[in-house]
Design a protein around this ligand. Structure first.
Ligand code: 4AD
Ligand code: MG
Length: 461
C-alpha cells in the first residue's frame, strides 16, 4: 500500500488506487449512515475529504472520536468526488484514531485573528494562514539557494558568535559564559579576558565581513543565516532574530550589485508564483487583493534607480506633510521610503549614494567624499527590503573611515589586510528574508512570517 501525501493525491491520484494517508482532522460531519472527514497533512492548503461508512470496523471508537484537531490514519480507495470543490475523495476501509483531541482545542472552525494566534505559536502552524506562509517561506528559501547555485555562487556558513560588530552600530546581543552574579573585574570594568573566548563576544548582526573574506577567494559567495539585533524597535517590520541572505561579489561595482539584486528578486518572485499557486491564491483572496498581478507586473518592470540627492529633492517637492521633516543628511524613514516607491517611482526603487555619516564605515567613499556607494532597495508596503553597497577596497581610505567612526584599527586589522593583499573592487547586499516573505504574501506583520518570532519581551516559543 502506498503512503501518500494529500497534495499528491489531489493533484495526481488515480481513481480506484488503494492508498494510506495520515493527517489532522479539520472538520467532521456525521449523517445517519456515514461521516465526512476533512483531513489536512500540511502538504497543501486544501483538505482531503474522506467518507467513512458506519459499517467500517471500529467506526464508533475511531471515526466518531475523530474530532477537529485529532490525528488519524486512513486506509481506503481513491474515488471520483460527487461533491463540489474537489475532483477526488477517499472512501475509507479502515480509520485509526492516533491522537484524540478534546473540545478545548483552540482551532475550531471560527477564524482567529493573527494576534490571537501569536499567543498559541505551538498550534498556529496548523492553520491555513500559517500553512500557506510557511510553504511559501520554504519555496522562497529553496529558490534563493537555487538562484545562487545556478549563477556560480558558493554558499558560506558565516559564524553566529563573533567578536566584531559588522554594522558598527552597537546593537548586539552579548554572548558570555561568565557568572553574571559574580563578574570578574579589572580596574572597575568587567574583565572579559576571563570569559570563554578571552574577549567580548556577541551574536552576529551580519555575515558580511566573513563573506568579504570568502569573496576574495571564491569570487562569488553568499550567506543565508540567522542574524541578531538588539534594537528596541517594536514595529511590524523588525525582529530581534531574523534571517538574512548576503551575497558578496569580487570584481563588482555598485551598478553590478544592483543588477544582481534585481535579477535575484525577480527570480524568487517567479519561482514562488509558479510553484506556490494555490497558497498565493489564498493570500490574493484573504491578505492583499491583487498581489499576484502586482508581483507579475514587478517581474516585468525595470526597477527605478535614483540617488539619495534625487530622493531628497523628490520628497521636498512632494508637498506631503511627513512626520519626520526632510532635508539633506536625514536617514530616510519608512514614510519617506514608502512615498518614493509607492508614489514617486510606482515600483521598486534603488536609492544610491547616501551621505557617509548615515551609512556604515565599510561603504566605498564616492568622489567628493560626501557620499558613499550605498544602495537600498525600497518596495511598496514595506520600504527597505535590501541594504548593500560597493565596499571600500582602498586600504588607506578604509583605515581613515575606521578611525573617523571611532572603531578600533586593531579589531579590524584582518579586514584591512584584505585590502593589502590582492585587494579588488567588490560589492554585496543583504536581503531580510522575513521582509521578502511579507512582500511576497501581503502578510503585514513580520511576526507572522517567521516560525517563532523574537521581539522585545518575547522569546519563549
Ligand atoms: O541594511 P542592513 O542593516 O545591512 C546589513 O546588515 C549589511 N551588512 C548587508 C550587506 O551589505 N551584506 O540589513 C539588511 C536587510 C535590511 O534591508 C532589511 O531587509 C533586513 O536586513 N533587516 C531586518 N529585518 C528584520 N528585522 C530587523 N531588525 C532587520 N534589520 C535589517
Ligand atoms: Mg539598511
Amino acid at each position: 500500500m502506498n503512503k501518500e501525501c494529500i497534495r499528491n493525491i489531489l493533484s495526481e491520484g488515480k481513481v480506484s488506487s488503494k492508498i494510506m494517508i495520515s493527517g489532522w482532522v479539520r472538520t467532521r460531519r456525521d449523517s445517519k449512515d456515514f461521516s465526512f472527514i476533512e483531513i489536512n497533512d500540511g502538504s497543501c492548503l486544501k483538505n482531503l475529504q474522506v467518507i467513512a461508512d458506519q459499517d467500517i470496523p471500529g467506526y464508533e471508537e475511531n471515526v466518531l472520536q475523530a474530532n477537529t484537531g485529532a490525528s488519524i490514519e486512513v486506509i481506503g480507495e481513491i474515488c471520483e468526488s460527487q461533491g463540489k470543490g474537489q475532483k477526488v475523495e477517499i472512501k475509507a476501509k479502515k480509520i485509526k484514531l492516533l491522537g484524540d483531541c478534546p473540545a478545548d482545542y483552540p482551532l475550531q472552525k471560527k477564524r482567529h485573528t493573527n494576534e490571537f494566534l501569536r499567543t498559541i505559536s505551538h498550534l498556529r502552524p496548523r492553520t491555513n494562514t500559517f500553512g500557506a506562509a510557511f510553504r511559501v517561506r520554504h519555496a522562497a528559501s529553496y529558490a534563493i539557494h537555487k538562484f545562487f547555485n545556478d549563477n556560480g555562487f558558493i554558499n558560506l556558513h558565516s559564524p553566529i558568535i563573533t567578536a566584531s560588530d559588522c554594522e558598527g552600530a552597537g546593537q548586539m546581543f552579548r554572548v558570555t559564559a561568565l557568572d553574571i552574579e559574580n563578574l570578574p573585574k579589572k580596574e572597575g570594568k568587567v574583565d572579559f579576558s576571563k570569559d570563554f573566548f578571552g574577549e567580548e563576544t556577541s551574536l552576529t548582526v551580519s555575515g558580511q565581513l566573513e563573506a568579504e573574506i570568502f569573496a576574495t577567494a571564491f569570487s562569488k559567495v553568499y550567506t543565508f543565516g540567522p542574524t541578531f539585533r538588539a534594537e528596541n524597535s517594536n514595529t511590524t517590520r523588525h525582529l530581534a532574530e531574523f534571517w538574512m541572505i548576503e551575497p558578496e561579489m569580487a570584481f563588482c561595482d555598485l551598478s553590478g550589485n544592483m543588477d544582481v539584486a534585481e535579477k535575484f528578486i525577480k527570480y524568487v518572485i517567479d519561482y514562488v508564483l509558479t510553484n506556490c499557486a494555490e497558497d498565493m491564491d489564498f493570500f490574493n483572496k484573504w491578505y492583499e487583493k491583487g498581489i499576484i498581478q502586482k508581483l507579475q507586473s514587478i517581474r516585468k518592470a525595470k526597477f527605478a534607480r535614483i540617488t539619495y540627492k534625487e530622493a531628497i529633492e523628490a520628497l521636498e517637492k512632494s508637498g506631503k506633510d511627513f512626520e519626520y521633516p526632510v532635508s539633506w543628511g536625514i536617514d530616510l524613514q519608512t514614510e519617506h521610503e514608502r512615498y518614493l516607491t509607492e508614489e514617486y517611482a510606482k515600483k521598486p526603487v534603488f536609492v544610491t549614494n547616501y551621505p557617509k555619516e548615515i551609512k556604515a564605515f565599510y561603504m566605498r567613499l564616492d568622489e567628493g567624499e560626501e557620499t558613499v556607494s550605498a544602495m537600498d532597495l525600497l518596495v511598496p508596503r514595506l520600504g527597505e527590503i535590501i541594504g548593500g553597497s560597493q565596499r571600500e577596497e582602498r586600504e588607506d581610505v578604509l583605515r581613515q573611515r575606521i578611525i573617523d567612526n571611532d572603531l578600533s584599527e586593531k579589531d579590524y586589522a584582518w579586514y584591512l589586510e584584505l585590502r593589502k593583499y590582492g585587494s579588488v573592487p567588490h560589492a554585496g547586499f543583504g536581503l531580510g528574508f522575513e521582509r521578502l516573505i511579507m512582500y511576497l504574501t501581503g502578510v503585514s506583520n513580520i511576526r507572522d512570517v517567521i516560525p517563532f518570532p523574537r521581539t522585545p519581551g518575547n522569546a519563549r516559543i
